[in-house]
Write a protein that binds this ligand. Structure first.
Ligand code: FPP
Length: 256
């Protein structure tokens, strides 16, 4: 194992604050339904939770937050809901990018954006450009993203490099593959949170979640606030991350 990776894992084994948090924001529809509101209102309320959690990450000094805003499977929803979600993304981007920039947040999008309206694609690109040099929280928005898609794209790129004689098959290892994936350059998520009561990964960052601590809550996403986020952080801080080692080994390197 590469020395840096070993060091990173030792540090991660000792840390009490995650460097990178990945969230599946589930439960908007049920939140709305329980109030006799259209599902869309749940998504709107969900944007407020996004704001709260981004602010909490900034205040607590977390380096990266990856939010699953729209999966590659979400196109299967009723057309009207997909359309309304797209409108919400556009309006949210218009409204929030300036403030995110002012707060030193770097915005990135992962996923196949070619399926989105060109206007939305342009806005995504502009948000990334505007905030590219910011040094605070990195906010990654997964939009039309799927973990399998990510792996297939990375494999295709490496295969093309092999075909072009730029890469040897023997040089393909996990580090090389990780470098081709979305979110390359960011630490792998230390903590995964899913709201809404389901206990699934749902084709999210499949490779990147290999050693991530998983945290599930029944709270619906619009009800997820800073206190709920802190509970997840506290749960994380209580866990011992072993990365395949024994608990005694981890304790020993913690004391060393
Ligand atoms: C899942 O709840 C939520 C989504 C598919 C959309 C998430 C979008 C937002 C929170 C708003 C925009 C976010 C950004 C970053 C601009 P669900 O509809 O599956 O809820 P249900 O399981 O109760 O039906």
């Amino acid at each position: 194992m590469a020395q840096e990776q070993l060091q990173a894992e030792t540090q991660a084994g000792q840390q009490s604050l995650p460097r990178h948090v990945a969230i599946i924001m589930d439960g908007n529809g049920r939140w709305a339904k329980s109030r006799n509101l259209p599902r869309y209102m749940g998504h709107r309320a969900g944007v407020k939770s996004v704001r709260r959690v981004v602010e909490a990450c900034r205040q607590r000094g977390i380096e990266a937050l990856t939010l699953f805003a729209f999966s590659s499977e979400n196109w299967r929803r009723p057309r009207i809901e997909v359309g309304l979600l797209m409108d919400l993304f556009v309006r949210t981007l218009k409204k929030e990018v300036h403030r995110l920039d002012q707060n030193n947040v770097r915005v990135r999008f992962i996923g196949d954006r070619s399926a989105f309206d060109p206007k939305l694609q342009k806005m995504m690109h502009a948000a990334e450009q505007k905030t590219a040099d910011n040094t605070g929280l990195t906010l990654v928005i997964a939009a039309n993203y799927g973990g399998r898609w990510d792996l297939v794209e990375a494999t295709r790129r490496m295969a093309a490099q092999v075909a072009a004689g730029e890469l040897e098959v023997d040089d393909i290892d996990s580090e090389r593959l990780a470098g081709e994936l979305c979110n390359a350059g960011l630490p792998e998520p230390d903590l995964f949170i899913r709201t809404g009561g389901e206990q699934r990964i749902s084709n999210y960052l499949l490779w990147q979640l290999a050693y991530t601590e998983l945290y599930f809550t029944d709270l619906l996403w619009p009800d997820f606030d800073a206190a709920a986020f802190d509970e997840a952080l506290q749960s994380f801080a209580r866990r011992q991350r072993r990365f395949g080692k024994t608990g005694d080994q981890v304790e020993q390197s913690r004391r060393a």
